[in-house]
Design a protein around this ligand. Structure first.
Ligand code: PEP
Ligand code: MN
Length: 298
């Protein structure tokens, strides 16, 4: 690691010893395998999470669960509790909350697919943990330390999304809270960062592919990406998903919707069932090139 003259922004050797000792690698090849619902993150397999942004109704979540399972996804993703950017709700912009959890449980039972879903409130940890095989802490809650400690206590695996303005140092600091609270099962998720200028004025986030090797240089925790939230734009999801795998990601989250244009939340980013099936095969080919697999035939 480079000598760091500006401690507090980038990670230093001293930080690794005193601030994030539980996240820090103890040796070059030190990797933690996080196991969730029998699926391993951090090994040869690159597990795939797929599903809509939000649970919208029973028929769409059941159809999506079936389609992504058939295509080879390892987890169904969908938000019941959503960190929506604006407080107003309508028929087109909503979250189903407890009702959504019930539908996720139904989909899980019907198609034998494990669930990853977001936890936003300390008071809801128990009911979300009853349904979720992996608890997702969203970008906006990355530094909600009481929430991190509460989710840690469930002893469920936790996927910790990187806040779009967070340094690697702050991201690992947040992960350290979970490990320090006694839960070693943390998966880091890069979901795009805000940069002042990029290729397009409307680009909301930029997928930080470089943070994959940067994180893996210093931590033993698995690192996955979410190209859907990062690009916010369907045509860019496939190239960024493939690049994530090439860059060493230990998993990929893809938004999939039966009718993408009419998705209740973030309609510009989900891909449809057919594209997802094709993407799984393409991801398998890239994974094979680096001696890994997403678990489908290419
Ligand atoms: C999500 O995955 O549904 C989500 C809200 O993501 P993020 O926290 O990365 O914005
Ligand atoms: Mn979203």
């Amino acid at each position: 690691m480079l000598e760091n003259k500006f401690p507090g922004k980038d990670l230093t050797e001293e930080d690794l010893k005193s601030k994030v000792p539980l996240c820090a690698k103890k040796s070059r090849d030190h990797r933690t395998i996080v196991k969730a619902a029998g699926v391993e993150f951090g090994g040869k397999l690159i597990p795939i999470f797929a599903g809509p942004n939000a649970v919208e109704n029973e028929s769409m979540i059941m159809r999506t669960a079936e389609a992504v399972k058939m295509a080879g996804a390892h987890f169904l993703r969908a938000g019941a509790f959503k960190p929506l950017s604006f407080p107003y709700r309508s028929e087109k912009y909503f979250e189903l909350r407890e009702e959504g959890l019930k539908l996720l449980l139904k989909a899980k039972a019907a198609f034998q697919i494990p669930i990853i879903t977001e936890i936003m409130h300390e008071t809801k940890v128990d009911i979300v943990a009853e349904v979720a095989d992996i608890l997702q802490v969203g970008a906006r809650n990355m530094q909600n330390y009481p929430l991190l400690e509460a989710v840690a206590r469930t002893s469920k695996p936790i996927m910790l999304k990187r806040h779009y303005g967070a340094s690697l140092r702050d991201w690992l600091g947040a992960a350290e809270y979970i490990l320090h609270a006694g839960n070693p099962n943390v998966i880091l998720c890069e979901r795009g960062v805000v940069v002042p200028h990029t290729h397009r004025a409307t680009s909301r986030f930029l997928l930080d592919l470089q943070v994959i090797p940067a994180a893996q240089e210093v931590t033993h925790l698995p690192v996955v990406t979410d190209p859907s939230h990062a690009t916010f734009w369907k045509p860019w999801v496939k190239p960024m998903a493939l690049s994530s795998i090439a860059a060493g990601a230990d998993g990929v989250m893809i938004e999939v919707h039966p009718d993408p244009e009419n998705a209740a939340v973030d309609p510009l980013q989900p891909i449809d069932f057919r594209d997802f099936k094709g993407l799984m095969k393409d991801m398998e080919r890239v994974a094979n090139a680096i001696d890994r697999t997403v678990g489908v035939s290419a």
